[in-house]
Design a protein around this ligand. Sequence first.
Ligand SMILES: NC(=O)c1ccc[n+]([C@@H]2O[C@H](COP(=O)([O-])OP(=O)(O)OC[C@H]3O[C@@H](n4cnc5c(N)ncnc54)[C@H](O)[C@@H]3O)[C@@H](O)[C@H]2O)c1
Length: 254
Amino acid sequence: MLLENRVAIVTGSGNGIGRAIAERFAGEGAAVTIAELEEGPGKEVAESINAAGGRAMFHMTDTSDSASVKGAVEATVAEFGTVNVLVNNAAAFVFGTVETITNEDWERVFGVNVIGYANTTRECLPEFRKNGGGVIVNLASVSSFIAQPEFVPYNASKGAVAQLTRCFAMDLAKDNIRVNAICPGSIRTRATDRHIASLGLDPEESYAEFGQDSLMKRMGRPDEIASGVTFLASDESSFMTGAHIVIDGGATID
Ligand SMILES: NC(=O)c1ccc[n+]([C@@H]2O[C@H](COP(=O)([O-])OP(=O)(O)OC[C@H]3O[C@@H](n4cnc5c(N)ncnc54)[C@H](O)[C@@H]3O)[C@@H](O)[C@H]2O)c1
């Protein structure tokens, strides 16, 4: 078990990739807080982990609100004793061009995807320092380093996650806190379903097309991202910090 006796907070773990991470962590022995904005899915994930013999709790959390994040960390410490691992996964999916995006859109996407990652990190640091160290895994994206049509706000925020990961790693290494990122390619989740629907495209045709971008000719699955996150959260990656692992079936190698 790679995460035995660890306590983890996984943001946005009521759905998609976050859910797969929370379930995998619980299977590897961690106690997990489902820090999620949506009550229904968040509770359901916690209940299903507990029913399977794991340890999980739901805490309704808006990562863009520092008071809400503080509450999630306090609830985790009250229930599980401490925090050892933070996974910054919750995201706002805001797409468009420089002309179609409003200032409110910019504030929302940076509020969740960038300031949200900073809020959670800051609130976990006292527990990490008490424990003599900790681990942070940030969900970045291939969108951190490639351009995509009409993806301006989302890609700008994911580019910021890449730099935030390097800068956090540099500042926090002295406290034995490792900070790394995973960059997924196209993964089928509610977010991708919603994006396709918002463009009025046919889901099956779109998924077949996205799959063609990868050398493996398919989209990735949330559990394939959870494997990378588990590696970075565990001692298996003990000499890694400030790094990015791309998990995209080779889609962005050329
Ligand atoms: N799906 C992909 O193809 C893909 C590709 C690259 C990167 N990613 C990244 O992976 C992560 C997860 O994406 P996903 O596809 O699983 O998305 P998803 O929409 O399926 O799940 C995201 C979850 O985050 C929650 N959430 C949103 N805002 C929140 C907030 N402010 N506070 C707390 N929870 C909040 C949502 O309620 C939802 O449960 C994101 O960081 C995303 O950018 C996804």
